[in-house]
Design a protein around this ligand. Structure first.
Ligand SMILES: Nc1ncnc2[nH]cnc12
Length: 584
């Protein structure tokens, strides 16, 4: 059954264009950037409720403003469709609502989100209720349906059954399956995984890959297995491989991998013609510090500065994702019948909007929201732990036998690790200082997986984070006392990041929403996260995006070794090289 609100919305536009109802808004005197033709044209835009009723001259349209019509003089300004972020991870300390509050004034009016932790943690009824609620908010919130947990979970805590994933795929706000971090299961022909992909296709939805570094042959096999898009290219050749194989290809400008400008420059000077209409751009879950630069608006600026002509840059975040996801009759362009999502820009060179309209209403002006956004009751999100218990220092220390080598996770960059085996005793104090204990602990206190960590920083005494890929408690440091102190601080707070140094609290950020997300406004999170990064740099942390290191040390989609509930896992063959130990 079609919801009656949709019928009413459509009738409102019909009544407006037929002159039987006055337009609700008249954007007068601006230049419309037409994403369908690539041209800038002087045209007025009229809204009939939530939708665009007419684009053109008043005389041609025979539209008559009424007393209730809001007339907005946009002379000299450029009108662009609201931006679409096709690949959002809305849980990098922020949550989907706080992220919306930050990015809507920056012109993003539609987002396609990762459902990962919402699927893993939320009861199906609550998840559906929230998806329904957010779909009709001033930002169009769409979702992906993950097919695997991207972490090694106990089978009893793993909700990724065909039945549950199919239910997630069926929701009207779900636009794709993926991202497929466990793509090997698909290529192995696992019938459940194949059935999930086929369910997506049968429902007319897309399948997002996750294939960093994949060869032409692997990409080709994945396309044969049903994958339709991918956002992992880091070289121009990888972009071309994906395009040739029919993938919708997304260029990335994330805090972790800001590849976009090099990719654009490489595409422009490559000599081959660029099928721009098959490209999109994503910020791919920026950690909070990156949000001080902006969001999709900042990414467009980077593309323009790298030489991408505006007639290609803007469609990559408007029309192209809308067409790919089958939404172009609804969003992605300024044309009659589309949702009235419009950014008012000073010029095409300045993508951060002066004013934002969404669903026919002004929602932001001069970088500030002018409407209230729907909130979610975060008390309904399951707590980080439901058990009252505390860690002891000896729970965190790797017990080693004399003369036996010890396992060391060496960070190669913020997310890639190597496994090394080292002497238990280290004479060189500098080397000793840089080797930290690292332990993944069950939030219910049943097990711990212990190893050493190198490449994180020097002399960190005790740091604990409930923000990590498996949803356990990650604890690292040199001093088991301080590690237990930090871990217990996080357990007491019901989630967060705690750092104990010199016996004192050096940093603490509460993450009360499932141990991963905060309810603070994003601008405050930017400050707090910058403080964390600065303090890590002070102890010699060498990489640019340490927040992702917390996230990925227990995520099993990346090489070479990860902490899991069963023990330290070598990813290549899923071998447990050091088993977990029970906690008493
Ligand atoms: N695969 C992933 N999972 C969670 N957050 C991410 N940010 C970028 N890639 C991600």
């Amino acid at each position: 059954m079609i919801p009656s609100t949709l019928i009413e919305e459509r009738i409102a536009v019909i009544e407006t264009v037929m002159g039987r109802r006055p337009p609700t808004v008249w954007l007068k005197g601006g230049q419309v950037f037409n994403v369908y033709t690539g041209r800038l044209e002087k045209q007025d835009v009229w809204f009939g409720g939530d939708r665009i009723a007419y684009v053109g001259s008043r005389e041609d349209g025979k539209l008559i403003p009424g007393d209730s019509t809001e007339v907005v003089d946009v002379s000299g300004a450029v009108l662009i469709p609201g931006y679409i972020e096709p690949h959002s991870h809305p849980f990098q300390f922020y949550n989907p609502v706080s992220l919306t509050e930050k990015v809507l004034p920056l012109g993003t009016t539609a987002m396609i989100h990762d459902n990962l932790y919402f699927f893993r943690s939320l009861d199906e009824r609550v998840r559906k209720e929230w998806m329904d609620r957010l779909l009709h908010s001033p930002v169009h919130h769409y979702w992906w349906a993950r097919l695997d947990p991207q972490a090694h979970l106990h089978p009893d805590g793993n909700p990724f059954s065909l039945e549950k994933v199919s239910t997630a795929l069926e929701h009207p706000a779900t636009l794709q399956a993926g991202e497929l971090t466990d793509w090997m299961a698909l290529l192995d022909g696992d019938p459940e995984r194949v059935a999930m992909v086929e369910t997506a296709h049968r429902l007319g939805k897309r399948v997002e890959g996750h294939s960093p570094g994949a060869s032409y042959r692997t990409l080709s096999r994945l396309a044969a297995a049903g994958v339709t898009g991918d956002h992992e290219s880091i070289t121009v050749e990888e972009v071309h491989n994906r395009l040739r194989l029919g993938y919708m290809t997304t260029l990335r400008f994330s805090s972790l991998r800001p590849d976009l400008p090099d990719l654009i420059r490489g595409l422009l000077k490559g000599g081959e013609s660029v099928p721009w209409h098959r490209l999109m751009m994503t910020t791919d879950g920026p950690t909070p510090p990156a949000l001080s630069q902006g969001y999709v608006d900042a990414m467009i600026r980077v593309a323009l500065e790298a030489g991408c002509p505006p007639e290609y840059a803007y469609p990559m975040v408007t029309l192209n994702p809308a067409v790919y996801y089958g939404l172009d009759s609804h969003i992605g362009g300024i044309a009659p019948g589309r949702s009235a999502d419009i950014n008012i820009l000073q010029s095409l060179e300045e993508p951060t909007p002066l004013e934002v309209f969404s669903r026919g209403r002004r929602v932001a002006r001069d970088g500030r929201l002018t409407v209230e956004l729907p909130q979610l009751d975060w008390n309904r999100f399951p707590a980080f732990t439901s058990v009252d218990w505390r860690l002891k220092p000896e729970d965190l220390e790797l017990s080693v036998k004399k003369g036996e080598p010890v396992p060391v996770i060496q960070l190669v960059n913020p997310v890639i690790t190597h496994l090394k085996w080292e002497e238990e005793e280290i004479e060189d104090p500098t080397l000793r200082d840089e080797r930290l204990f690292v332990t993944l602990v069950d939030p219910a206190g049943r097990w711990a997986t212990r190893a050493f960590l190198r490449g994180f920083g020097r002399g960190v005494e005790g740091l604990a984070s409930s923000y990590n890929g498996s949803g356990d408690l990650l604890v690292l440091g040199q001093a088991p006392e301080a590690m237990a102190h930090a871990a217990n601080r996080v357990l007491e707070a019901g989630g967060g990041i705690a750092w104990i140094q010199g016996g004192k609290e050096h940093f603490f950020l509460p993450l009360p929403i499932g141990g991963k997300m905060s309810d603070l406004p994003v601008d405050e999170l930017v400050d707090r996260s910058e403080e964390l990064v600065r303090k890590l740099k002070e102890v010699g942390h060498p990489f640019h995006d340490p927040i992702y290191t917390f996230m990925f040390l227990s995520s099993t989609h990346l090489p070479q070794v990860r902490l899991t509930c069963d023990g330290l896992m070598r990813i290549k063959d899923r071998e447990i090289v050091v088993p977990s130990v029970p906690l008493t």
